[in-house]
Write a protein that binds this ligand. Structure first.
Ligand code: SF4
Ligand code: SF4
Length: 158
């Protein structure tokens, strides 16, 4: 996530976090943390794991996540994002999920950023993205013209 340094010996990637407004730190409703992540935060801030849990994380439907705050670009962002530089303020203590993201050579949000900046002819534009997940079930029903694929929207967002 934001602030990542790409070293020469790492596999080639086609995104540059230093030129990105940190979609990944902002557009997901939750950045999950494990016990180990909380311990790392506690060590970083010199507090107990219980204090770190209380101060820096919140409950999101039973899951422990990093706290979020209002953002200057997106609706909300991670409390640890520097909103001016768009870099992570706890880079060496960031959770595991931030370290591995996006876990592939391309980042879809960086591609989107590049695409829209070219489309709009404006290198300062930031496409507004909000991502949420919704279950959908596929069902095949028989009708007069033969089998048809339909989709049942689940009630639960996740
Ligand atoms: S959205 Fe992609 S390019 Fe932007 S900071 Fe996150 S990982 Fe880097
Ligand atoms: S901890 Fe750092 S890298 Fe992870 S979401 Fe927050 S600002 Fe982004």
């Amino acid at each position: 996530m934001a602030g990542r340094v790409i070293k020469d010996d790492q596999p080639r990637v086609y995104f540059d976090c230093n030129k990105c407004p940190a979609f990944c730190c902002s557009i997901y409703e939750r950045v999950g943390v494990t016990k180990r992540d909380i311990n790392r935060l506690a060590k970083h801030f010199g507090v107990t794991p219980d204090e770190a849990r209380e101060r820096y994380t919140a409950d999101w439907e039973g899951e422990r996540v990093l706290k979020r705050v209002k953002d200057v670009i997106f609706e909300k962002t991670c409390a640890f994002l520097d909103q001016k530089t768009r870099g992570c303020t706890i880079y060496h203590a960031r959770p595991e999920v931030c370290r591995s993201y996006p876990n592939r050579s391309r980042c879809a949000y960086y591609d989107l950023l590049r695409f829209e900046r070219i489309q709009q002819g404006d290198e300062s534009v930031v496409p507004q993205v909000k991502i949420t997940f919704h279950d959908v079930e596929e069902e095949v029903v028989d009708n007069a013209d033969g089998p048809e694929r339909i989709y049942e929207w689940g009630e639960k967002e996740r």
